[in-house]
Design a protein around this ligand. Structure first.
Ligand SMILES: O=c1ccn([C@@H]2O[C@H](COP(=O)(O)O)[C@@H](O)[C@H]2O)c(=O)[nH]1
Length: 233
C-alpha cells in the first residue's frame, strides 16, 4: 500500500540487526525509511530488500557525486534495487544530472524519484565561505535547485528554511525533501539550518527527513505519531 505520510525516517544505524529492529518498531503506513552511507556500507543491498519485504518504501541516500558516466551507472544500480528515491549532489553539475535522468528514462518499469542535494543542512554561511562560495546558503540553494529542475530531476534536498522561496520559484510538483527537522524540544546535534516539522510543512516541504529525534526516542513509533499529530493540530 502506498505511504501517504511525509515522514522519512533516517536509519543511521551500524548494521542489519539494528536497522531491522528499528524497522520492526515502525509502521510503513506512517513513514518511509532512508538508508544512508553508514548502513549501506555495512550491509550492502540486502538491507534495502529486508526493509522492502517489511512493506517500507526506501530512499537510498548515497548522494552520488562523480563524473557523469560513473554517477549515472550508480543511479542505474540503485534503480535495480527498486528503491523509491535515489539522490546525487547537484554540484556535480548539469551533464552529470542529465546523464542520471537519461539512464532512468532508458529503463523500463517503475523508476525511482531522482533528487539532488543542494547545500547540506549541516552547513551555514561561514562554512560555504571556507570552501570558496561567497554567498548565503539561500542563494546557493536557489541556484542549484533551478539547475536541478532544468536538468529534469524530480526535486531537491534542501533545508525547509529555503522551502518557501523554492515553492514560489519552481514548479508545483517539484519535490522538496528537507532534512534538518527538529521538533521544538529536540537536540540540534550537528545540524545548522533546522526547522520544526510543522513549520517545514507550512513552508512547502514535500517530505521531512528525520533521524535521531525518532531513532533515539524511547518509543520511535510514538515519536512518529507525535510528529504527525503536530502537523494536524
Ligand atoms: O542536507 C542534508 C542531506 C542529508 N541529510 C541526512 O538526513 C539525515 C538527518 O538525520 P538527523 O538525525 O535528523 O539529523 C541524516 O541521515 C543525514 O545524512 C542531512 O541531514 N542534511
Amino acid at each position: 500500500m502506498p505511504c501517504n505520510s511525509p515522514i522519512i525516517v533516517a536509519l543511521d544505524l551500524p548494521d542489519m540487526a539494528a536497522a531491522v529492529t528499528m524497522a520492526d518498531r515502525l509502521d510503513p503506513a506512517q513513514c518511509r525509511l532512508k538508508v544512508g552511507k553508514e548502513l549501506f556500507t555495512a550491509t550492502g543491498p540486502a538491507i534495502v530488500e529486508a526493509l522492502q519485504s517489511k512493506g517500507f518504501e526506501v530512499f537510498l541516500d548515497l548522494k552520488f557525486h562523480d563524473i557523469p558516466n560513473t554517477t549515472a551507472s550508480a543511479v542505474r544500480s540503485a534503480a535495480e534495487l527498486s528503491v523509491w528515491m535515489v539522490n546525487v549532489h547537484a554540484s556535480g553539475g548539469r551533464r552529470m544530472m542529465e546523464a542520471c535522468r537519461e539512464v532512468l528514462e532508458r529503463r523500463s518499469g517503475p523508476r525511482p524519484l531522482l533528487t539532488a542535494v543542494t547545500v547540506l543542512t549541516s552547513l551555514e554561511q561561514e562554512d560555504l565561505q571556507e570552501v570558496g562560495i561567497d554567498i548565503e546558503p539561500m542563494v546557493q540553494v536557489q541556484r542549484l535547485a533551478r539547475l536541478t529542475q532544468d536538468c529534469g530531476l524530480d526535486g531537491v534536498v534542501c533545508s525547509a528554511r529555503e522551502a518557501k522561496a523554492l515553492r514560489n520559484a519552481l514548479s508545483e510538483d517539484f519535490k522538496l525533501v528537507t532534512p534538518g527537522i527538529r521538533p521544538d524540544d529536540a537536540s540540534v546535534d550537528d545540524q545548522k539550518r533546522i526547522v520544526t516539522p510543522r513549520q517545514a510543512m507550512e513552508n512547502g516541504s514535500s517530505y521531512l527527513v528525520i533521524g535521531r529525534p525518532i531513532t533515539r526516542a524511547e518509543d520511535p513509533a510514538a515519536a512518529v505519531s507525535d510528529i504527525l499529530d503536530s502537523l494536524n493540530s
